[in-house]
Design a binder for this molecule. Structure first.
Ligand code: GAL
Length: 341
């Protein structure tokens, strides 16, 4: 029966032909006709192939499956390549009802390794640490290296702190990675229990922070006490851009963006990039990544998650095109369906 069903699905996918457009908010099927399970997407372009990493929430919330990976040459049609970081490859407290979220992958040209960073946590979100895993191939399997809090810096630790930052270092939650044009890599993440965003330059292997750490030189606190998360950085014309969301769990909120000439700041806040209906909830979604459009300098794709809190496995993907306009401004607008230019 199961084989028959898969055969029927494959037949209908084949009959529909390849996908040729983006339909934000609808169910997106992979090339085998199954809904794509890769939430909090991160995309790596490697040798002409796009790899989409994300949380596989087939079994609902928490790390019950792991980080999946899909591949595509055209960004429309995605082939499931399997689970790149199976849940069992991380320590027990981060599996099942533990958290392994917002994984992102960079390729390190020097070591020829694929390096994955992720937010690891326990159910109450108190461990709040960075996990690192390494692979020889983009599709994995990734080998877990370890977890830590990359920065320990006294920002005025609170008296009562369930995350123990004074002892363990400053928290690490919603994150992204960014590879700069000079080959240096950075982690962007919500720290100080989500109050302040950190940008930390990575070491040559991309497996940890650059040492010794010097604030303003190797790492920076930005959007101080703004409570932003879901960072999505990108670069255009020598300037750095960062789109973030507010911190309201699975509920959507207003996005914001900031611009900088130097990646470690100062960053200038530019307000909400979304315009039109439902701008106040980022079109019912939360940022996760910005992907430069292939061969189109100045054009980008905003990738976001439309979380379905009651049924997280049915959370949808919202990808919208945008460009950087005069004065380093960006506008995110809703479109029902669109194609690459
Ligand atoms: C959001 C975060 C998601 C997930 C969720 C859990 O704030 O962006 O990645 O952690 O909270 O409630």
């Amino acid at each position: 029966m199961k084989t028959l069903i898969s055969f029927m699905i494959a037949l209908s996918v084949w009959a529909q032909g390849p996908r040729r457009e983006f339909t934000p908010g609808e169910v997106w099927l992979d090339t085998a006709g199954q809904p794509i399970q890769a939430h909090s997407a991160g995309i790596l372009l490697h040798r002409g192939v796009y790899y989409w990493y994300g949380e596989d929430k087939t079994l609902g919330n928490f790390n019950r499956t792991g980080i999946s990976v899909y591949s595509s040459k055209d960004l429309y049609n995605w082939k499931r390549e399997g689970v790149a970081l199976p849940k069992d490859s991380v320590p027990a407290q981060f599996r099942e009802t533990g958290v392994c979220e917002r994984a992102k992958v960079l390729y390190n040209a020097r070591t020829k390794k694929f390096v994955m960073w992720m937010h690891l946590d326990d159910k109450p979100y108190a461990v709040a640490s960075a996990g690192v895993a390494v692979a020889d191939q983009a599709t994995g399997p990734f080998r877990f290296v370890g977890y830590s809090r990359p920065v320990r810096f006294d920002f005025g630790y609170p008296e009562k702190d369930r995350t123990n930052q004074r002892e363990l270092g400053n928290t690490y939650r919603d994150m992204n990675l960014f590879l700069d044009t000079d080959g240096k890599a950075y982690a962007f993440y919500a720290s100080e229990d989500n109050w302040t965003m950190y940008i930390v330059r990575l070491n040559a292997e991309f497996t940890g922070p650059e040492m010794p750490q010097v604030e303003g030189k190797t790492w920076a606190r930005i959007l101080v006490k703004q409570m932003r998360e879901a960072p999505a950085p990108f670069k255009h014309n020598g300037k750095y851009f960062l789109i973030t969301s507010g911190c309201t769990g699975w509920k959507p909120n207003r996005a914001g963006y900031a611009v900088a000439t130097n990646i470690l700041g100062p960053w200038t806040e530019k307000g909400d990039p979304s315009v039109g209906a439902e701008a106040e909830t980022t079109f019912r979604s939360q940022s996760t990544f910005v992907l430069p459009m292939p061969g189109r300098p100045g054009k980008f794709i905003f990738l976001a998650d439309r979380w379905n809190e009651k049924q997280l496995e049915d959370s949808r993907y919202v990808w919208l095109p945008f460009e950087v306009g005069p004065g380093d401004t960006i506008e995110l607008k809703w479109v029902d369906r669109w194609q690459l230019p």
